[in-house]
Design a protein around this ligand. Structure first.
Ligand SMILES: Cc1ncc(COP(=O)(O)O)c(C=O)c1O
Length: 393
């Protein structure tokens, strides 16, 4: 049976080149980047080379790059490092739990938070950001690209509003990094986080970009690593891996990888639209990351389709990985105004650099069979088609 991995928004496979770059740092080149002897200095040089590489991916200067454990830590650091009791935060209703839960904790500690709505295409309206500003607004946190729909937010407009209002601006670029060009100067953000495992790097390592002069309380205290911005011995092999993944992502973007992936994804969506009736491609009218197709299949439960596809060797998702298993409909889709049953009928297909046209042809063929089978036994679908639902026994 073929094996097709279409859950690259949850995590991506490590590129062979990334592993090759990391490998020596587990073995002959191991060391602590803070040690003064030569081995330590070689480790330090590797960390600094990775810092330069990530800075290049983001259009930042190396001194503004702080290594950490990934996207969750970056989001938490941005919020807890800046926001105090009595401050006001503006965020959106479609942020990842790493922002959402941090905002909830900030509220419990006395801050106030405005959760902006999105339109039916999953976009925040910059006018809503402007209207939500208060004299005590300390931080705006709006993601660059949504993890479920892939919809890209108007971060440049929001960055301009934040700069004019003299409010700090954080953007979670975990789903954008490596898939879209990022330039922190254009976005005018003060903080931006990425995570290596979403761009074919290792799990458990990431970066928080901190514009020079952003006043941050560290989240983790201890030693003076990362210039007192994030304590703890550097994850040497992980950081080297992230540096290599960033370099590979830059090349991929420069040589048209995103355009090729968009064409592959659009072809997949076209084929599904042609061969499966009554589907809805979510966020389709908006700019999206090139790899994400979020599709609602009327009359069936996304979770049942996930299980059926898994039985055919295909890995997909019904929401963000950390929320899977939850009985609640995806909150991002509810925020877009979908009805509960439409939101629960959605499946996310997220392509990776390894995805081929043949993979997608196989997935379409399986979808045709499995959606039809699930609809045959679905009372909801029978209602949609105007047939009486079978009596429950
Ligand atoms: C948009 C977004 N932000 C943050 C995270 C958390 O990143 P990490 O897994 O590195 O903690 C994720 C992971 O799914 C994400 O999609």
């Amino acid at each position: 049976m073929p094996s097709v991995y279409l859950d690259n928004n949850a995590t991506t496979p490590l590129l062979a080149e990334v592993f090759a770059a990391m490998r020596p740092y587990f073995f002959e080149e191991f060391g602590n980047a803070s040690s003064l002897y030569e081995r330590g200095q070689r480790a330090r040089a590797a960390v600094e080379a990775a810092r330069k590489s990530v800075a290049g991916l983001l259009g930042a200067s190396p001194a503004e790059i702080v290594f950490n454990s990934g996207g969750t830590e970056g989001d938490n650091q941005a919020i807890f490092g800046l926001v105090s009791k009595d401050d006001h935060v503006i965020t959106s209703a479609i942020e990842h739990h790493a922002v959402f839960s941090a905002c909830k904790r900030a509220e419990a500690q006395g801050a106030t938070v405005t959760y902006l709505p999105v339109d039916s295409c999953c976009r925040v309206n910059p006018d809503d950001v402007r209207a939500a500003l208060r004299p005590n607004t300390r931080l705006i946190s709006v993601m660059m690209a949504n993890n479920e729909t892939g919809v890209v937010q108007p971060v440049e407009e929001i960055g301009r509003i934040a700069a004019e209002a003299d409010v700090w601006f954080h953007t979670d670029a975990v789903q954008a990094a490596g898939k879209l060009p990022i330039d922190v100067a254009r976005i005018r953000c003060d903080l931006l986080c990425i995570s290596a495992h979403k761009l074919n790097g290792p799990q458990g390592v990431g970066v928080l970009y901190m514009r020079r002069g952003t006043p941050m309380q560290p989240l983790i205290v201890g030693g003076p690593q990362e210039h007192n911005r994030r304590a703890g011995t550097e994850n040497l092999a992980g950081i080297v891996g992230l540096g290599k993944a960033a370099e590979m992502a830059r090349h991929w973007l420069a040589e048209g990888g995103a355009q090729r992936m968009t064409a592959l994804r659009d072809g997949f969506e076209r084929a599904v639209s042609e061969q499966v009736e009554c589907i809805q491609i979510l966020g389709q009218g908006a700019p999206r990351t090139p790899n994400t197709a979020d599709i609602s299949f009327e009359g069936i439960a996304g979770a049942s389709l996930l299980v059926a596809l898994d039985g055919r060797g295909i890995a997909v998702s019904t929401g963000s990985a950390c929320a899977s298993g939850s009985a609640h409909p995806p909150y991002v889709l509810m925020a877009m105004g979908l009805k509960r049953n439409q939101a629960q009928a959605a499946v996310r297909f997220s392509l990776g650099k390894q995805t081929t046209r043949e993979d997608l042809d196989y997935v379409v063929a399986c979808l045709v069979k499995e959606v039809s089978r699930l609809r045959e036994i679905s009372p909801v679908w029978k209602k949609v088609k105007g047939q009486a639902a079978p009596a429950l026994v």
